[in-house]
Design a protein around this ligand. Sequence first.
Ligand SMILES: Nc1ncnc2c1ncn2[C@@H]1O[C@H](COP(=O)(O)OP(=O)(O)OP(=O)(O)O)[C@@H](O)[C@H]1O
Ligand SMILES: [Mg+2]
Length: 237
Amino acid sequence: MNRPAALEFDRVGKRFAFGETDVRALDDVSLAIAPGEFTAIVGRSGSGKSTLLNLAAGIDTPTSGEVRVDGRALSSLDDDALTTLRRDRVGVVYQFFHLLPGLDVRENVALPLLLGRARRADALARADALLAEVGLGPRARALPHTLSGGEMQRAAVARALVHEPALLLADEPTGNLDTRAAAQVIELLRDLGSRHGATVVMVTHSLEAAGAAARVMEMRDGRVVSDRANAGARPRA
Ligand SMILES: Nc1ncnc2c1ncn2[C@@H]1O[C@H](COP(=O)(O)OP(=O)(O)OP(=O)(O)O)[C@@H](O)[C@H]1O
Ligand SMILES: [Mg+2]
């Protein structure tokens, strides 16, 4: 049997009630992303990109259709199973980093493991290893507010990968970064994702960021209007 898609949308719709009208945030979207693929999702503001990622992460549920992660239909999972899947199989990187201000950088990175009941010493050792990979070894004991934006985002990438997720979802991970820091974060998502065997789906407004992906999907009005291989993308490490 073939390996199931890392992420599959089967005629997925998402509507939000909005006063008298309702918004069709996703309109009958079908897609399949293979294990290990690095995909960028582009499209105008309001086209449904974040909605798509939230459904993929199991943070939100579709109004119609089915989302599958590793071949498992999210609708078939109860709350506990969904929480476990999200905790063990999915990593998320946001535009605004979402590091906890009271924890130092390595504790932030270790957090997904600590929530999964790993031993504290093991979790912190693993966090140190990831921080070294993203070039933040020397800042491991710093508090997040003392980091630059690019450093915060690299810490957030380390946190998203610390539990070796199969699926790494990033929503405008470079939206708050200057060009150089953005390029570093994209390289990390690309190459670290590949080294750790993660499938990466990245929403971006940046053409440069999309240019690094092997596949680019464009959304408009809740639909995927183009889906193409990116011949110009360098192969991943
Ligand atoms: N919780 C919600 N309640 C009502 N409408 C929503 C909600 N979330 C999203 N929408 C609507 O769904 C549509 C898609 O929103 P979404 O956030 O997915 O867009 P996006 O492509 O991520 O945009 P941006 O690039 O601005 O982040 C928009 O019209 C938005 O207003
Ligand atoms: Mg968005």
